[in-house]
Design a protein around this ligand. Sequence first.
Ligand SMILES: [Zn+2]
Ligand SMILES: [Zn+2]
Length: 165
Amino acid sequence: MQFKAGKCADCGTAIAARHGERLCSECAVKERAAVAAVKSAVFDRFKITIPEIAAAARLPKSTVQRIVRQFPSLADVVPHEVLCLRCRKRPTVERSDYCEECRFELNLEIQAAAKELLPKVQDQVMRQLGHGTGVPGRVAESLNEKRRRASISRLDPTPKGKYSG
Ligand SMILES: [Zn+2]
Ligand SMILES: [Zn+2]
């Protein structure tokens, strides 16, 4: 994730970037409190899973996860990888609910489904085009106009077509 200088990484409030702060003062206070709550849940109350810590610290799981990753002292004791929703065996890849392998398989399934669906969609589109129903009015109109002109210039033996452009 890239940090934009001059804006709070959390709420987006403009901040003085000259000190290299990542958060505005308000969010920095919240962040410090969140970190303290997570550390307290782990070291004082011996919670070690993300959901347990989140419940004890009253924080969203994603926040707990982020904080755990940030501090080696926490990352060492907390199994901070979230398991894949599909296989429930392997850790998820960043920003996904699935592990790498399941994501790959899901992609294949989606592709297969799309392949099965495509001819049907194409068929439907062709049928709509054929009957001129699915085409938006103006497009259909200009298409008909072009066809009409084309057939006139083709059939009309007089040089009128030359002048009408
Ligand atoms: Zn902020
Ligand atoms: Zn998986």
